[in-house]
Design a protein around this ligand. Sequence first.
Ligand code: CP3
Length: 348
Amino acid sequence: MTLTNDLLLRAARGEKTERTPVWVMRQAGRILNEYNEVRKKLSGFIELVKMPELAAEVTIQPVDILGVDAAIIFSDILVIPEAMGLPYQMLEGRGPFFPETIKTEEDLNKLRTADDDSLGYVAEAIRLTKKELNDRVPLIGFTGAPWTLFCYMIEGKGSKTFSLARRMLYEKPAFSHTLLSKITDSIINYLKMQIAAGADILQIFDSWAGVLPPWQYDEFSLKYISRIIDSVSDIPTIIFAKGAYGSRKSIGNTNCDVVGLDWNMDIGESRSLVGEEKTLQGNMDPAALYAGFDIIREETRKMLDLFGSDRHIANLGHGVYPDTNADSVKCFIDEVKEYSAKMRQGNY
Ligand code: CP3
């Protein structure tokens, strides 16, 4: 297999690139009218996730419309709890909701390990996307990190503090480890299935990393992420741990290839904590895309200068906000391409 545009994979491996590759977290979604058109025809988001032809279609939309250097498979991190036996709902304007949560040993024992049967629709979406992409750009597979999924499985919905999940770590550490191990086993099966179906690189989203202090992050999150990374070493991996300021050094010590930075993380400080051996990804403030095009271009150049030209994948510091103008996202992407190409030639 040779990709026409393999910039993202080369940057992830630390090879030289003609310019900085760029993609945007949550690039497939409500920022695109074309997505909303597809979504309107269906009763809900979960239905779309489970229809491989349509999931493939919306996965490819940002490649065609925005010109990103990678597609990310259209799905959700919550398909894992569902495959383990905890179904979820997506409430309009309120986000995810799980009618049942994990409270007792009995709840824990009832959980299944996610397998190819329960998540076959994602594999099918990946196969269809690969076929339709026709090797134009790489396809990113993904999962939620065990800790972030644990948060949803304990709390049943989003939270500012995830205090119930954190309480569990103190009150029932052994129970917590058993649940985290079960989630990890499911994730490993899931990612191996994604690789077999054609994913070129994997991102692990640890969206709620920031609620744990560093020692707990190492014990209850990074340990499991490391186990996952070591089980899928055949393709490059990205860890995006939002808010994990105190753990950047230990993230840099895992075998991942790329470390994602959120928009509050200082780029120079992150580089010295993570070390020179990893590629960094990120990290423009998604709110900067609400500004005028001149400001967007200026902020984009500022970010590129701070990362320097090597070992960087441009992205936002978190998912693009759904009410962002698609033309503003395009402005960010175009500026990354143009300015980083000039940086490489030394005439900027
Ligand atoms: O383009 C892409 O990035 C691929 C698709 C993708 C979705 N969710 C689609 C989606 C990815 C990678 C995710 C990951 C995800 N899902 C995360 C980790 C990333 C992050 O943002 O921190 C988390 C925490 C979730 C859980 C989740 N899913 C929430 C909290 C919500 C509701 C928030 C909202 O924006 O409404 C979702 C729903 C969701 N996932 C939507 C999309 C396009 C919007 C639902 C819709 O279209 O109706």
